[in-house]
Write a protein that binds this ligand. Structure first.
Ligand code: ASP
Length: 591
């Protein structure tokens, strides 16, 4: 037996027992001819007294941080005054009879006690050391508990856990595919799944009316802090359901797993907005409801103020929107002007602002604030004395919304509206079915092409496709989209109309999706589903800022793995086995 106890389990009741423990050396304290060693494993930490005799010929100085030490010894009570109430094992210590270094360790590349402040590249290169830290271990425990709770909840509700292929055909979620060459079929490629979308719909046709899978998905996109090229989602599909059924299931699931994993209570039903409403009130389709700040459209009023920046933005088809900042009137000019960078970074030309004072208004645009339009503006924005109003004008509504939604986030922080640990969910529904592809001007699916059009808008599918709403819904948590799904098209004819609308003719549709189109002919029930980003949900629950913290071996912004060095080159032999030849690469001018 290599160990009889873990480092976290010994208590006063074990005093007098013999024990064998194994752990990493957390800290060493010199105690005049003895060493006090804190030995740590996943379960806790315990103090061990090591004497020169117990080390079998090795000197006490050979002990170093992060070596793996096996200790056979006796559990003894710590004398009064020497107990450590901060440790679960703090009433006792192990007095070593033999202590053996069974895993040596050279000087460390970084000091693990430096926490998350240590250079991220070093942490991920030596992730095995990083993961020994308490807070990192707890994040992965939370992630594991979350998955366990999800499976338990769904299992009780008759969901069946089914797997889908990783080597497959392109699955359209709007990203680029990762391709894998096929050795047995030279010149042909598998695509890694962007999601199991089509397979889960086929499960519905097959009669597995409640499917779930915790599944890895792959999307070759440019990376941001909350994106990774491979990520895990909880994938769900249900037959014979409407939107409200999927929503009720997810609310029940989320409330239950959050209670199990964090002990927090979340109230249902979650607030819900149409996409149009969310854009109008928050400037984004993933509003952070921890803040109650809202955007107000004031285009019609400010066009009469005689301020050129405003009137020309409106004339060119854009808008002017405002955010009221309660109490912001007390902020200095410098503090207010520092907000301008936030909107400029999102493409806005600048920030206009004014304060409401006892005797009128003050600030960058106050000289334009006169007359009836001005008092209507104060009313519409609900300005009280002592408030600040920030406005953005642009001929692109996308820029106005985008910059004000970022400004809203920044204001929420400055106003200290973001309560630590708060969890604010909401649903956003009635997304457009299509968006206009900037390059081609064609409609492209806003979600994916299997999403059902809103029945009230069906007749506009051919003539005004961009006005058609979808039976699609996103779940948003603290401003992050944590889940997205839809009711699907289950009639082949309608599926073909949607393919047409995005420019896929029958032949192309058949070539790409024959297996789905065929399945839809053979008895397809109505169905819908959703996918929940597990890394992202775990990130918010763990209170960290990046999903890299929730992924054991994450990729960098450049898609590389710092631990393994992937991606890497392969031999000429491997390439020729799969029928590939590399082009001579151009010399890199930047190097
Ligand atoms: N397949 C979708 C996605 O991965 C989710 C869904 O529609 O269920 O985003």
């Amino acid at each position: 037996m290599l160990r009889s106890h873990t480092c976290g389990e010994l208590r006063a009741e074990h005093v007098g027992d013999e024990t064998t423990i194994i752990g990493w050396i957390n800290a060493i304290r010199d105690h005049g001819g003895l060493r006090f060693v804190d030995l740590r494993d996943r379960y806790g930490c315990i103090q061990v007294t090591v004497s020169p005799d117990s080390l079998a010929g090795q000197s006490l100085d050979s002990l170093r941080s992060e070596q793996v030490l096996q200790v056979k010894g006796k559990v003894e009570a710590r004398p009064d005054g020497m107990k450590n109430p901060r440790l679960d094992t703090g009433d006792v210590e192990v007095v070593a009879i033999t202590a053996t270094i069974i895993g040596d360790c050279p000087p460390l590349p970084f000091d693990p006690s430096g926490g998350d402040q240590v250079n991220e590249e070093l942490r991920f290169q030596y992730r095995f050391i990083d993961m020994r830290r308490d807070e990192v271990r707890q994040r992965f425990q939370l992630r594991s508990d979350l998955q366990h709770a999800i499976r338990c909840h769904l299992h009780k509700q008759d969901f069946i856990d089914l797997e889908t292929p990783i080597l497959t055909k392109s699955t359209p979620e709007g990203a680029r595919d990762f391709l894998v060459p096929s050795r047995l079929n030279p010149g042909e490629f598998y695509a890694l799944p962007q999601s199991p979308q089509i397979f889960k719909q086929i499960f519905m046709v097959a009669g597995f009316d409640r499917y779930m899978q915790v599944v890895r998905c792959f999307r070759d996109e440019d990376l941001r802090a909350d994106r990774q090229p491979e990520f895990t989602q909880l994938d769900i599909e249900m037959a014979c359901v409407e939107e409200s059924d999927v929503i009720a299931l997810i609310e029940g699931l989320v409330v239950d797993v959050i209670r199990t994993v964090t002990g927090k209570e979340v109230a249902t039903p979650f607030p819900s907005f149409s996409y149009a409403d969310a854009m109008q009130r928050y400037g984004t389709d993933s509003p952070d409801l921890r803040s109650d700040l809202e955007l107000v459209d004031v285009s019609d009023l400010v066009s009469q103020l005689g301020f050129k920046v405003f009137s020309s933005a409106i004339e060119e088809g854009g808008s002017v929107r405002a955010i009221r900042v309660p109490g912001g009137g007390a902020w200095s000019r410098k503090q207010i002007e520092s907000l301008e960078d936030v909107v400029k970074n999102q493409g806005a030309g600048g920030l206009a602002w004014f304060k409401r004072t006892e005797d009128g208004t003050a600030g960058s645009i106050s000289r334009f604030l006169q007359g009836e339009a001005s008092s209507q503006l104060l009313d519409r924005v609900c300005m009280e004395v002592g408030d600040l109003c920030c406005l953005v004008a642009d001929r692109s509504n996308k820029v106005v919304n985008g910059s004000l939604s970022f400004l809203r986030k920044e204001l929420a922080i400055r106003l200290e509206q973001i309560e630590p640990g708060a969890l604010e969910f909401c649903w956003v529904k009635e997304f457009p079915l299509f968006v206009e592809d900037e390059a081609s001007g064609r409609p492209t699916p806003c979600h994916h092409p299997f999403t059902a059009p809103h029945p009230d808008d069906l007749e506009r599918l051919e003539d005004e496709p961009l006005t058609v709403r979808a039976l699609a819904y996103d779940l948003v948590l603290n401003g992050f989209e944590v889940a997205g799904g839809s009711i699907r098209i289950h009639q082949r004819e309608l599926q073909e109309r949607v393919f047409e609308a995005i420019g896929l003719n029958q032949e192309e549709a058949q070539e790409k999706f024959s297996f789905l189109l065929d399945a839809l002919r053979y008895g397809a029930p109505p169905h819908g589903g959703i996918a929940l980003g597990l890394d992202r949900l775990a990130m918010v629950l763990a209170g960290v800022d990046s999903i890299r913290e929730m992924i054991a071996f994450p990729k960098t912004q450049r898609g590389t793995c710092l631990l393994t060095g992937a991606p890497g080159q392969v031999s000429g032999e491997q390439l020729s086995e799969v029928g590939l030849q590399l082009e001579e690469s151009e010399p890199d001018e930047s190097s």
